[in-house]
Design a binder for this molecule. Structure first.
Ligand code: TA6
Length: 310
């Protein structure tokens, strides 16, 4: 995308400016009145958000690559239209078809289509449509839109529309795969998931019931909580901070931390990076996958706020 055209069309002096990284990835640099943030057009991926007066809320691996076509490790990757590995993943709706883990949206170039300030917040919207790549994976006649409101709090809304003419349902999984920054993952308590069924991907995808009380992390954790529309909270005890995660249009919540066990298997994860992150992902996965008839659309949103723990 041509930087000068982009800046001419959408930049807002002193608030929103577009630039390019050394590896020629285009990004939006945001100094909203109430928060600073950075978003790459590849994947419409927010990689940092820092409300005024607060510490960074998102985790970005210091070893992340910023190469065109390679997923960025951290921030809020947009997962669409399938979750996890596509080939061989037993979960419906995808048969053994080729394709990158977590779908093609997060390594595709999204187009910024709207930017405006409202009060202390910046509103930014990006769009993604069919491509030769998406068609090679069997996805055509769809529209995806990510709308962000960036300020003292953060809201993201992922909209998907089925533009097919014939009786062609659009069946997809989706996630806002948020990497939250924490001071010490070994002390974190996750609230809002008690008495919820989850798929334990660290135990052969066994279905289990989360007992009463907070979820704590004691080893590599990879869980897809199903049929839950509840808000969650991360109590970051070591930072005396609570991150509140409210959602709408989402029936799955994914919790992931690679721990010291799996971190070495991710070349773009710092060996000790796991201690400073936890993914709590707003999603529709597995039996919560979304099916749209032609002409239908669906939105999933997340609203994130930080507060003192006391
Ligand atoms: O959301 C959890 C998960 O599906 C884990 O299984 C792990 O693969 C993680 O996502 C990271 O996936 P990525 O493709 O970004 O390396």
């Amino acid at each position: 995308m041509n930087l000068s055209d982009l800046n001419e069309r959408l930049s807002i002096p002193g608030i929103l400016n577009f630039g390019a990284s050394a590896d020629n990835l285009t990004y939006a640099e945001i100094q909203a009145p109430a928060a600073n943030a950075k978003l790459f057009l590849q994947g419409a991926q927010l990689v940092s958000w820092q409300p005024q007066g607060a510490d960074p809320v998102l985790y970005l691996s210091p070893r992340s690559q910023f190469d065109p076509g390679r997923p960025i490790r951290g921030g809020i990757p947009v997962v669409f239209p399938w979750f996890g590995p596509r080939a061989g993943e037993p979960a419906p709706p995808h048969a053994d078809l080729p394709g990158p883990a977590h779908g093609f949206a997060r390594t595709s170039e999204w187009e910024p289509v709207f930017a405006a300030v409202s009060g202390e917040d910046l509103h930014l919207t990006l769009a993604l449509g069919p491509s030769n790549e998406s068609r090679s994976f069997g996805f055509d006649a769809f529209r995806v839109v990510l709308s962000l409101r960036i300020g003292r709090t953060l809201s993201l809304e992922l909209g998907v529309a089925n533009d097919a003419a014939a009786a062609q349902p659009l069946v997809f999984e989706e996630a806002l795969h948020t990497y939250f920054h924490v001071a010490d993952a070994t002390q974190v308590k996750l609230l809002g998931l008690s008495n919820t069924t989850y798929i334990d991907k660290r135990d052969g995808s066994a279905r289990k019931l989360q007992p009463d009380g907070p979820v704590t992390l004691t080893d590599a954790t990879d869980r897809v909580y199903l049929d839950t529309e509840r808000a969650c909270a991360i109590e970051d005890v070591a930072a005396d901070r609570r991150i509140v995660i409210e959602k709408a249009g989402s029936r799955s919540t994914v919790v992931w931390n690679p721990w010291s066990t799996l971190s070495p298997t991710f070349p773009d994860m710092d060996p000790n990076g796991w201690t400073q992150m936890v993914c709590v992902e707003t999603a529709n996965v597995d039996r919560n996958a979304v099916a749209l008839a032609p002409g239908e659309s669906h939105t999933m949103s997340v609203h994130i706020a930080v507060e003192n723990l006391a």
